[in-house]
Design a protein around this ligand. Structure first.
Ligand code: F6P
Length: 358
């Protein structure tokens, strides 16, 4: 009998349930009565505290289009895994103990960057681990794409579409702040799809003067509005020269709710125009997965089931050149996949006149 635990960890995204479904259905079909699946609740927290439930074949039906995660999730920072607190003196120890108590043969973990650091640690500590890359940020190293990303692009692009109509009516300038943590994938894709006039990414520090010039040029050309897609991690050229500590202190002193509000103030000063800010926030992670993510999650889930069946532990399933391949966890953990400023997509955007503020 193969006993497999499943958990979803970190920020949720669209496609988690579709991936759980792909995994569960493929495992039950392949191994039939030879497998038992256990859903661990609320991410690593469930493994630390020993909260889990048996999952039967019917649990994997009717969930391909369901947003969120049927298992629940939580954020458990990697750096605190060995730090004693109210929850536990040593969370890694708890997880190993519960894995053994549950008599698991393998643990399938669906998560993003932070989750992969812990997954690799558990693998190094002797647990059999297989992972799937999820996140709207698309920043997991080793895979061309993560599930959740495309659905979030759809949401953010739709926000930009909606802002276009009101910006046109009023002849206004808008900044739409897009999630993505420290990288600009979501902003780059949504910005192009949503026809933004400027795209500001953490990977390409901006200058206020350069954006102001673009706005003035458009005004002179008779364009009634300008729309900026700004990544939540966007950074100015001056800020890019600062140390992490200096930047943190500067932002704390400025006390703006987020980067877009500060940029709006700087641009108002530079252009004399009134600037509006829209922050769609967690809406970008909510709702149903788009069909692309349903297919991708199903492929990742079924591929993870194959790795479990073949006992190829210590791997993440990844997409490379449209082929699903295993990538060793130790290669993935601790690395970030950021937008390359000189990449083809940035070049394409520049070639049609999109301003990157540099
Ligand atoms: O990693 C996904 C993400 O949505 C990021 O884009 C964002 O910076 C972060 O999570 C928000 O985290 P939380 O949901 O904990 O507020």
């Amino acid at each position: 009998m193969e006993r497999v635990g499943i958990l979803t960890s970190g920020g949720d995204c669209q496609g988690l349930n579709a991936a759980i479904r792909g995994l569960g259905k493929a495992l039950y079909l392949e191994l039939g009565g030879g497998v038992e699946l256990y859903g661990i609740e609320d991410g690593y927290r469930g493994l630390i505290e020993g909260n889990y439930r048996r999952m039967e074949p019917h649990d994997f039906s009717g969930i391909i289009n369901l947003g969120g995660t049927i298992l629940g999730t939580s954020r458990m920072p990697f750096k605190l895994m060995r730090v004693a607190d109210d929850m536990s003196p040593d969370k890694v120890r708890n997880m190993k103990d519960n894995y053994r108590k549950m008599r698991l043969d393998c643990l399938v973990i669906l998560g993003g960057n932070g989750t992969h650091k812990t997954a690799n640690l558990l693998s190094e500590e002797g647990l059999n681990v297989v992972t799937l890359p999820k996140t709207i940020d698309n920043d997991v190293w080793g895979t061309d794409v993560t599930f959740g990303f495309q659905s979030a692009v759809d949401v953010a692009a739709n926000v930009l579409d909606c802002i276009h109509t009101t910006a046109t009516s009023h002849g206004r300038i808008f900044i739409v702040e897009v999630m993505g943590h420290k990288v600009g994938w979501l902003t780059l894709h949504a910005g192009i799809a949503g026809s933004a006039d400027a795209i500001l990414l953490p990977e390409i520090p901006y200058r206020v003067e350069s954006i102001a010039e673009m706005i003035e040029r458009r005004s002179k050309d008779g364009k009634r509005f300008s729309i900026l897609a700004a990544a939540e991690g966007a950074i100015s050229a001056d800020e890019a020269k600062m140390s992490k500590k200096e930047l943190k202190a500067k932002r704390a002193a400025e006390n703006f709710p987020s980067v877009s509000y500060r940029l709006a103030k700087d641009l108002e000063k530079a252009t004399g125009h009134e600037i509006r800010v829209t922050v769609p926030g967690h809406i970008q992670r909510g709702g149903s997965p788009c069909p692309y993510d349903r297919v991708l999650s199903t492929r990742f889930g079924a591929a993870a089931a194959k790795l479990v069946k073949e006992k190829k532990y210590g791997n993440m399933v990844a997409m490379r050149n449209n082929v699903i391949v295993p990538v060793p966890l130790k290669e993935v953990a601790g690395r970030l996949k950021a937008v390359e400023p000189g990449c083809e997509l940035v070049g394409t955007a520049r070639s049609i006149g999109i301003c990157f503020g540099d």
